[in-house]
Design a protein around this ligand. Structure first.
Ligand SMILES: [Zn+2]
Length: 184
């Protein structure tokens, strides 16, 4: 499956994080879409942050389920399918160059952007890559990522280190408590 789809689906799922949520303001929505190759965003699209956040919730639900080894909820999948169905695309071949061309059958830019994000998520959830979707368990992270190796746990080395430090501190606190407990 194309990397673009993995990238888009994960980018949407991870778009809200500790540093903030770009999809809560029109400027944020426009910038976010443009940075992901889905721009320039029409002014009316930038105002529809709520719909992008709702789609994100669905995608996070579904990715969270597969990362935990569960099946995504049928209700979430139905809504994801609806978003993709609202923005059908035809794939055509350019006769001279044999280049593939994908054309939307709808003109509404918001429906197109939502449809492109839904389709990317469907391709990720419907492919073998689904088996490699993980959710980073590091403190204050929770990002979704695709593990290249089966034993990969953290989204990044930074998160791995942070989690090790947190575990170390927790153990030390525990040891302190046990020490105080044995010498009242
Ligand atoms: Zn992480």
């Amino acid at each position: 499956m194309p990397d673009d789809d993995v990238y888009l689906a994960l980018a949407l799922a991870n778009s809200s994080h500790a540093a903030g949520d770009p999809l809560t303001s029109p400027t944020g929505v426009a910038r976010w879409l443009e940075a992901r190759g889905l721009g320039p965003a029409a002014p009316e699209t930038a105002l529809r942050g709520l719909e992008f956040r709702e789609l994100r919730d669905l995608v996070r639900d579904a990715l969270g389920a597969v990362a935990a080894g569960r099946a995504p909820s049928p209700a979430a999948l139905r809504r994801l399918n609806d978003a993709a169905r609202s923005a059908p695309v035809v794939v055509e071949l350019e006769p001279e160059t044999l280049q593939m061309r994908e054309t939307f059958l709808v003109t509404n830019p918001t429906v197109r952007a939502l449809g492109a994000l839904a389709r990317a998520s469907i391709r990720l959830l419907g492919s073998e890559a689904r088996e490699r979707v993980r959710r980073c368990p590091a403190p204050r992270c929770g990002r979704f990522f695709l593990a290249e190796r089966a034993d990969r746990v953290w989204c990044s080395a930074v998160c791995g280190n942070r989690a090790r430090v947190a575990r170390h501190l927790a153990r030390r606190r525990e040891a302190h408590r046990a020490e105080r407990g044995s010498h009242p």
